[in-house]
Design a protein around this ligand. Structure first.
Ligand code: HEC
Ligand code: HEC
Length: 349
């Protein structure tokens, strides 16, 4: 084999070798550490019922009928209404167009949760799922096809919502998929992150479904080689699911400068760690349309972006367009991933 073909051989090897669970970076998957006996959703979710992958206890609970309020909203809701799987409360209807039925209510008879239950009505999502606002319609539909065919699946067998997403995609009618894609495409994605370079991070907890929270004022802990995404106000995000909430990203010192170098040049050295992302994702990293164009990355959840880089690298996103990402991820190490996603999260969408 000539050296010229080495990258292809590496790429093939990456596609064939499934990653060991223990090699995943817990911070990117909303975990402090992997559970000793992780649930494996790979088999459980092969069937057609999304509800089979719905992890019990995944969202905040309060069985009481306490009415909650949120600044700027004229409504009050109970936590049960806020987290309703088939018609979640909508704090700010003025922030988005009229949602199609699949987004607002899903399909209760088939166990298909409303898209808004995870991605929210404004499509900003939370670190444990994905930001979908402002995605090009053709990109959005291609992802649903890739989830359906199995060409795209999360690298983490413990990540119930990733498997549920794939099962939801398998159940959508073409009309529902199109309506959801057009709805979310019409909503501009807004900046919600501020990136702080620091050696420490507030002591945080994690929810069962992969959301990091800073609920009590109990000091800081070393950040180490991690990137941690925390709500500005954890009560508002976990209990109220405030769709306008802001987030703080803690990244190791030097991440932004190194991230900018990697993203805009591919990095230094005889074999640079990656390639210039702007050639496909656009000059401002706000996405490029047309064949081979990549989706918008600027200002999006760094945890989500990191999981995608790992998924491409692990051969877990190998749809028709996934191959274009292989040169970008093949040689990335964990510190490169942190730097890249911290920089991307800091940009204006
Ligand atoms: C249970 C929570 C949940 C629900 C409900 C849900 N999703 Fe998702 N969605 C996810 C997760 C988690 C991901 C990320 C999956 C991954 O990383 O592999 C995702 C990813 C996506 C993506 C890919 C985004 C990107 O940038 O590539 C699209 C598109 C999408 N969802 C559309 C939908 C639509 C349409 C609906 C409603 C019909 C829906 N989702 C309902 C959890 C959910
Ligand atoms: C040769 C073109 C090309 C280059 C260069 C490229 N990308 Fe991509 N990227 C794509 C395409 C095309 C997709 C969509 C793939 C698919 O549909 O599965 C994508 C998808 C992604 C995604 C997933 C986004 C989402 O919403 O799920 C991330 C993250 C990403 N790229 C990051 C990067 C970074 C970081 C770089 C530079 C280090 C880079 N890309 C360089 C073409 C490229």
């Amino acid at each position: 084999m000539s050296l010229r073909h080495a990258p292809i051989a590496f790429a093939v090897a990456a596609l064939l070798a499934p990653p060991a669970f223990a090699q995943l970076q817990p911070w990117a998957y909303g975990l402090r550490a992997y559970p000793e006996t992780p649930d494996d959703y790979t088999e459980r979710c092969l069937g057609n019922r999304p509800a089979d992958c719905d992890r019990p206890g995944g969202m905040a609970r309060d069985p009481s009928d306490t009415q909650r309020t949120l600044e700027g909203s004229e409504f009050t809701f109970t936590v049960a209404e806020i987290t309703s799987r088939y018609g979640p409360a909508d704090w700010f209807p003025q922030d988005h167009p009229e949602p199609p039925a699949i987004v607002a209510r899903g399909r209760i008879d088939d166990g298909l949760r409303a898209c808004a239950n995870c991605h929210m009505y404004n499509g900003r999502g939370l670190m444990q799922n994905a930001p979908v606002a402002g995605l090009p319609v053709d990109y959005f539909l291609r992802q649903l096809e890739d989830f359906t065919s199995g060409a795209r699946i999360t690298s983490d067998p413990h990540k119930a919502n990733g498997f549920e997403m794939a099962a939801i995609a398998r159940n959508l009618t073409p009309e529902e998929a199109q309506a959801a894609a057009e709805y979310y495409n019409a909503i501009p994605f807004e900046k919600t992150f501020r990136v702080v370079e620091s050696d420490t991070v507030p002591v945080f907890t994690n929810t069962i479904n992969g959301l990091f929270l800073d609920e009590v004022d109990d000091g800081t802990e070393p950040l180490g080689n991690r990137l941690i995404e925390l709500p500005e106000d954890s009560y508002e995000v976990n209990m109220l699911r405030n769709p306008r909430a802001g987030f703080v990203v803690y990244a190791p010192p030097g991440s932004l400068e190194r991230g900018e170098l990697l993203v805009t040049t591919g990095g230094e050295g005889a074999v640079p760690p990656t390639v210039d992302c702007r050639s496909c994702h656009g000059r401002d990293l706000r996405g490029m349309t047309g064949i081979g164009g990549g989706p918008p990355l600027a200002g999006r959840s760094p945890s989500y972006l990191a999981r995608q880089l790992y998924d491409f690298k692990n051969g877990k996103r190998r749809g028709a367009m996934g191959a274009l990402m292989i040169p970008a991820v093949l040689n990335l190490d964990d510190d490169d991933v942190i730097a890249i996603v911290a920089y991307l999260a800091s940009l204006d969408p």
